[in-house]
Design a protein around this ligand. Structure first.
Ligand code: ADP
Length: 398
């Protein structure tokens, strides 16, 4: 019996199948460009080769899910695919959900009702649940929310200084995202370092295409860099992160851009892409950086300075120096350049970065890339799908 993890995004569907308590998936599948004529997908058994999926042109999320499951079932090993529980990655749980929830009609309605807070994700997330309900009748489903881990954050940290009635009417506040990843790597770092997760100070930096950092005090999130939406905070692949809140007005007046155009500019054309004019892919920018490209250097320098400033700010909620700083996500796990530059801005923290360990991401030291008596810097690969499978299994005991 397997746990199926479904991540229905705005234009993609990703699946992963897990055996109970195994951290590597039995199989994965993904379909991209859903509902377009360029829809395409692939699946993979274990770490075997990727196989193409046959996806119908303009197929919606349900059709994409169908195509992915058909592909998986075409494999002899998964011919008789038996799923005992389905876990869904749900981007926004609003103020309602502070933990994973067993899906029932009420929970599904709540997820749909949160669409104003997550316009791009809430509806695809709900469609994923509805499709899985049809495909796996009677099988329990669990919603695992990206925001849930941050519901422990205190009002003085999550409130914006705007008129109170806007919070009451529209729940405008900071929520934070990547919660499943932050919780997973924080607990894993504590385990590796022999710290008591319920009695330590950690900061985690999840650096992928989206980037956020979180302060974790005694096992709970106490501050995080993202806000009402995943645009707030750090510089990201294509997202600006924090800008002056008057920028919308300035751009409308000076550049004649509409509200939608400005929102698109800040979400899709900014960040590393915008600064460098080259790419959002840090691998490309790293090559250019080392080749002496000034735009690539500026983009990486801004990314790292802003990250360092955010990490320093998160110590306020921790009430002191962190025991450890965790790097995760595609950039955090792989970029010794970003880790090194970021820590070079944090000399006040006395991280003693070991350049050799940094280069190998601590391959011989369980991810530890620092040495000495200061706080530890550690690389911990995230595994959001496994964390969702684990949370799902916890609510669906046999
Ligand atoms: P997502 O948020 O989409 O899950 P990932 O966590 O996969 O993203 O991270 C994607 C980012 O990680 C990209 O900027 C990519 O360039 C970067 N990345 C992946 N591998 C490396 C590497 N070896 N060196 C530097 N950056 C890397």
């Amino acid at each position: 019996m397997l746990t199926l993890i479904i991540n229905c995004g705005s234009s993609s569907v990703k699946l992963a199948l897990f055996e109970r308590d195994r951290s590597e998936p039995v199989a994965t599948a993904m379909v991209d460009r859903v509902a377009t004529d360029a829809i395409e997908g692939s699946y993979r058994i274990g770490d075997g080769p990727r196989q193409a999926l046959s996806c119908p042109a303009y197929g919606d999320h349900a059709a994409a899910l169908d195509a992915a499951l058909s592909g998986l079932r075409s494999e002899p090993a998964l011919h008789d695919l038996r799923v005992s529980a389905v876990g869904h990655r749900i981007v926004h749980g609003g103020q309602k959900f502070s933990a994973p929830a067993l899906v029932d009609p009420e929970v599904l309605a709540e997820i749909r009702a949160l669409a104003p807070l997550a316009p791009v994700h809430a509806i695809p997330n709900a469609l994923g649940i509805e499709a899985a309900t049809r495909l796996f009748p009677g099988v329990p489903q669990v919603a695992v929310f990206d925001t849930a881990f941050h519901q422990s954050i205190a009002p003085e940290v999550y409130r914006y200084a705007i008129p109170d009635d806007l919070y009451e009417r529209f729940q405008i506040r900071r929520y934070g995202f990547h919660g499943t990843s932050h919780a997973y790597v924080a607990e894993e770092a504590a385990r590796r370092l022999g710290l008591d997760f319920k009695n330590c100070r950690l900061i985690s930096a999840h650096l992928g295409n989206g980037c956020s950092a979180t302060a974790v005090l005694n096992g709970e999130s106490v501050d995080t860099s993202m806000g009402l939406t995943p645009l707030e905070g750090l510089v990201m692949g294509t997202r600006s992160g924090n800008v002056d809140p008057n920028l919308h007005n300035f751009l409308a007046q000076q550049a004649g851009l509409s509200l939608d155009e400005i929102t698109d500019l800040l979400n899709r054309k900014s960040g590393l892409t915008g600064l460098s004019g080259i790419s959002n892919d840090l691998r490309v920018l790293t090559d250019e950086y080392h080749a002496g490209n000034k735009s690539a250097k500026l983009a990486v320098d801004v990314f790292c300075f802003r990250l360092a400033r955010e990490l320093a700010g998160l110590t306020v909620a921790l009430g002191g120096m962190p025991d450890a700083l965790i790097f995760t996500g595609g950039i955090g796990e792989n970029s010794c350049l970003v880790r090194g530059l970021t820590l070079s801005h944090l000399s006040a923290f006395n991280f003693e970065l070991d350049p050799e360990r940094n280069k190998t991401a601590g391959a011989d030291t369980n991810g530890i890339i620092s040495s000495g008596s200061g706080p530890t810097a550690i690389v911990v690969p995230t595994n959001e799908e496994f964390a969702i499978a684990h949370a799902t299994a916890a609510l669906c005991p046999f």
